[in-house]
Design a protein around this ligand. Structure first.
Ligand SMILES: [Zn+2]
Length: 282
């Protein structure tokens, strides 16, 4: 690995639930650690109306956060039809870079927690909102890659987005990439049993990848802290560079930044600003 230029590397955590309660009392310290490591910002997905409202009342205290609004399948038991109207307003007020986190999770079906019909009931209007507002989608997809990718392809969805915490096959990854989606890569690739995922990440086009922590979840194999933190991103960058036989961290950091701005064009426009703080001034 070359050291030249690495001091000025700029990383970004493309999926981080930095608003969750587990960060209370440690958020400032976790951000200071991330910032020192070269992480320039985090994208915080919306998962429910209540959590999005809480986030809108509590601006960043120094960290560069890009807040999204969405209705996550894990929170289906909380969602109300009126939340869809709220969602549209929240997306506009936040100047959200995407709609999400939304998606389909086969494990919720298998465990009897949420039926697939219920998950589609909340996902479909969010796809329509993304089309209406011309925004990308941030998707949570487990065991439903073929179905959802085919659905969006048939629908001619053209705004792309992020399939966060990607765990599908190389073929599924290529299909998402062809549809304009990036694949979120993080702690899962560090686990000893994730050989198939590491092979997939070696084979996919580097232009299809974005780094994310999914904090506080998906802690990497090499930490005892059960709370994952955005400071892990540069380590993930180094692991990804090694997997892809790239000998320069700055090269992969630059490619990942280009990917970020291609997938979320409004971040490129607002790259030197905090869109959430600015939205509060309006
Ligand atoms: Zn998430």
């Amino acid at each position: 690995m070359k050291a030249a230029g690495e001091a000025s590397l700029q990383w970004f955590d493309a999926h981080c639930h930095f608003d969750f309660d587990v960060f209370e009392g440690r958020r400032e310290g976790d951000w200071a650690q991330a910032s020192t490591a070269g992480v320039g910002g985090v994208m915080i997905p919306g998962v429910s109306r209540a959590l999005t409202e809480a986030l809108m009342k509590r601006p960043s205290q120094g960290w560069n956060q890009h807040c999204l609004a969405g209705l996550h399948p894990y929170w289906c038991h909380e969602h109300q039809p009126s939340d869809l109207d709220f969602l549209e307003q929240a997306l506009k007020q936040l100047k959200s870079a995407a709609v999400g986190e939304a998606g389909l999770d086969v494990h919720l079906v298998k465990s009897g927690r949420v039926s697939l019909d219920t998950q589609w009931y909340w996902l479909l209007p969010q796809i329509e909102l993304a089309e209406h507002l011309r925004l990308p989608l941030v998707l949570h997809v487990r065991g439903m890659h073929d179905e959802l990718c085919s659905f969006l392809r048939r629908r001619r969805f053209t705004h792309g987005g992020l399939v966060h915490a990607f765990s599908g096959s190389e073929q599924q990854g290529r299909r998402w990439h062809e549809l304009g989606f990036a694949l979120g890569v993080g702690g899962a690739m560090t686990h000893p049993r994730a050989q198939r995922l590491r092979c997939t990440l070696q084979a996919l086009p580097v232009e299809s990848l974005l780094l994310e922590t999914d904090s506080p979840d998906m802690a990497p194999a090499f930490t005892a802290d059960q709370v994952n933190v955005p400071a892990m991103i540069p380590l993930y960058g180094a692991i990804l560079a090694r997997l892809r036989n790239m000998d320069s961290l700055s090269e992969i950091a630059q490619i990942l930044q280009q990917n970020l701005y291609r997938i979320f064009p409004s971040l490129a426009v607002n790259s030197s600003e905090n869109t959430f703080l600015n939205s509060l001034k309006d």
